[in-house]
Design a protein around this ligand. Structure first.
Ligand SMILES: [Zn+2]
Length: 152
C-alpha cells in the first residue's frame, strides 16, 4: 500500500520538509496524470489522490497521519472506500463562514465541512472526499460548477 506522500509523487524520506504549496502542486499534477479522461494508463484512482490531498493539505490531519505512518498504522486511512455519497445540496450552508457542513454519526454536528477553495481545487472531478474532524468517517460530496457560481 502506498503512503499518501507516495500517491502524490513524493519519495518517502523527505516528507517532513514538504510545504503546503508543494502538496497542492503535486496534487494537481497527480490528478492530471491520472485523470480518467486525460490518460488511459492512469494507475492511481482519483479517490486515492483526493484522500491523500484531503489529509496532507490539512495541518492537523497531516501531523496525525505522520504519526500514524511512523507507527506503520496507516491502513485505517483506507476507510474512505466505504464513504457515503452526498450531493452538495444535501449539506447545510453557513453564509457567515461561507462553507458547507454536515453532521456526523459521531455527534459532531459540523463534522464534515467544505469550503469554496476546496471545491475549486476539485472542480475538474466534481466530487470531494471529506473526513470527519473528530472521527474516521468519510463522506463523498458531489457537486457541479454552477452549484457555487453565485458566490463568485
Ligand atoms: Zn465523526
Amino acid at each position: 500500500m502506498k503512503t499518501y506522500y507516495e500517491i502524490l509523487g513524493f519519495s518517502s524520506e523527505d516528507h517532513k520538509t514538504i510545504t503546503l504549496d508543494e502538496i497542492k502542486k503535486a496534487y494537481r499534477a497527480a490528478l492530471l496524470s491520472n485523470h480518467p479522461d486525460k490518460s488511459r494508463n492512469g494507475k492511481l484512482s482519483v479517490d486515492d489522490i483526493q484522500a491523500a490531498y484531503a489529509i496532507l493539505s490539512n495541518q492537523h490531519k497531516r501531523s496525525a497521519y505522520d504519526q500514524a505512518l511512523q507507527g506503520s498504522n496507516y491502513q485505517i486511512y483506507s476507510k474512505q472506500e466505504h464513504s457515503e455519497v452526498y450531493d452538495l445540496d444535501d449539506l447545510e450552508y453557513d453564509e457567515k463562514l461561507n462553507e458547507w457542513f454536515m453532521g456526523c454519526r459521531c455527534g459532531n454536528k459540523k463534522g464534515f465541512t467544505v469550503n469554496e477553495s476546496i471545491l475549486e481545487d476539485n472542480i475538474d472531478i466534481g466530487e470531494i472526499l471529506i473526513q470527519c474532524l473528530d472521527c474516521s468517517n468519510w463522506i463523498k460530496v458531489q457537486f457541479q460548477e454552477n452549484d457555487h457560481a453565485h458566490l463568485e
